[in-house]
Structure formats: structure tokens, C-alpha cells
Write a protein that binds this ligand. Structure first.
Ligand code: GSH
Length: 217
């Protein structure tokens, strides 16, 4: 399989974790989102939205959208499962995924950052404040969900890894990178730390990627 990725991409991070948990071999092809590589014509023909991740399967089928990719991988490679069986637990997992994937992450992607700085004229400090505001907004909601539902479990849904963890960990990693104060989110941090002790999460982290820039090391 070939994964189009970028070290800093939260959506690609989710998929890297899933590929590792499922024990699948994949080559990473980096698209430098800060240089605009995602808009190369050959890449647009793979992913018309000009976003990472895209996953090219061994039979050359192309998958886009991280949640669709995660669900595909979980359906085709069910062991170990990344969704609980109980319908209520599944709904809880999906709710946390959506807080991260649908309601938080899209507000801080490069295209939005570029628009608000270049078109709306926000300076770097204002842009950073935007990023911290929306990152915090998402973490508040996830913290509440965890406190209500997981009763001190190791991961988002009890003591078993689920898609919720694959969505929360990159979100926290990004919040850390931007310097958000994480003290108000102890349950989120507990889950983050527990996940990062697992090699699949640790090896999928941005800092472990071949395209991670030396100056950030
Ligand atoms: N909903 C999409 C979001 C994909 C996405 O926005 N990816 C970002 C990187 S995390 C990207 O490629 N951004 C390119 C840009 O904003 O120009 C998914 O989950 O796959």
C-alpha cells in the first residue's frame, strides 16, 4: 500500500496508527503541505480535494478521507477490532471521532490558516490564538465525554483501543505543538499518554516520520 502523508498532518497520523495496529506494510509518500505539493496536478488526480491522506491499495484502488480509510481498514482487516460491538459504545466512539475530525481539525488545516492570514489579514499572533481557541474547544468536549463515559479507563472507550483514540491522539499532539495549556484536560492527557506508550502510536507520531524537518527535532 502507498500512503500519501505529511509529518504534520493529523488526518494522516490517524491512518498511520491504524495501518500499524493492523500490521500492514505501507510506503509513505510525503506531500509537503506547506509548499503546496497537495495541489500538484498528478496528486489532484488521486485526491480531487488536494488533501492528505490518500491510501493507494495494492490493487490500485484509491481511498481518501481518513475516517473512510479507517473504517475500510477495520472492515477488511478486523483483527484487532477498532470498534466496540455494543451499539452504545460504538455511538460514543463515533461521537469522539467526530468532535476531533469534523468539528475541530478542519478549523486549523493549512488552507484555513492560509485564508485567514492572507485574505483576512490576521497576523501570526492572531492566527495562533485562532488555533489555540479551536483546539481547546474540541478538547473541552472530549474531556467531558471521557469524564462522563469512560470512568477512568485507559483509553477513550474503556481499556480497549478504538477509533476514538486514533482521532484524539493526533489532536492532542497538535495542541501540544501549538503550546496549548493541557492542564484543564487530565482525562484526555491520561488517554494520550497511555496510547503513546504503545509502539503503534509512538512509531506513527510526526517526529518519527521521514519528512519530519531537522529544524524541529
Ligand atoms: N476530512 C479530511 C481532512 C483532510 C485534511 O484536511 N488534511 C489536511 C492535512 S491534516 C490537508 O491535506 N490539508 C491541505 C490544505 O489544507 O491545503 C480527512 O479526515 O481526511
Amino acid at each position: 500500500m502507498k500512503l500519501y502523508s505529511f509529518w504534520r498532518s493529523l488526518a494522516a497520523f490517524r491512518v498511520r496508527i491504524a495501518l500499524k495496529i493492523k500490521g500492514l506494510d505501507f510506503d509513505v509518500i510525503s506531500k509537503d503541505l506547506l509548499m503546496g505539493d497537495q495541489f500538484d496536478q498528478d496528486y489532484i488526480s488521486l485526491n480531487p480535494q488536494g488533501m492528505v491522506p490518500s491510501l493507494v491499495l495494492n490493487d490500485n484502488n484509491i481511498l481518501t478521507q481518513s475516517m473512510a480509510i479507517l473504517e475500510y481498514l477495520d472492515e477488511v482487516y478486523p483483527d484487532p477490532p477498532l470498534m466496540p460491538r455494543d451499539p452504545l459504545a460504538r455511538a460514543r466512539v463515533r461521537a469522539i471521532c467526530m468532535i476531533a475530525v469534523a468539528d475541530t481539525h478542519p478549523l486549523i488545516v493549512p488552507r484555513v490558516r492560509k485564508y485567514i492570514s492572507q485574505e483576512l489579514g490576521l497576523d501570526e499572533k492572531e492566527l495562533n490564538s485562532w488555533i489555540l481557541n479551536w483546539s481547546g474547544f474540541g478538547l473541552v468536549a472530549i474531556e467531558e465525554h471521557l469524564n462522563r463515559n469512560n470512568s477512568g479507563g485507559m483509553y477513550c472507550e474503556g481499556n480497549t483501543i478504538s477509533l476514538a483514540d486514533l482521532c484524539v491522539v493526533p489532536q492532542v499532539g497538535s495542541a501540544k505543538m501549538y503550546g496549548l495549556d493541557l492542564d484543564p484536560y487530565p482525562s484526555v492527557i491520561r488517554v494520550f499518554n497511555n496510547c503513546m506508550e504503545l509502539s503503534e502510536f509512538f512509531e506513527a507520531r510526526p517526529q518519527a516520520q521521514p519528512d519530519f524537518p531537522d529544524e524541529n527535532a
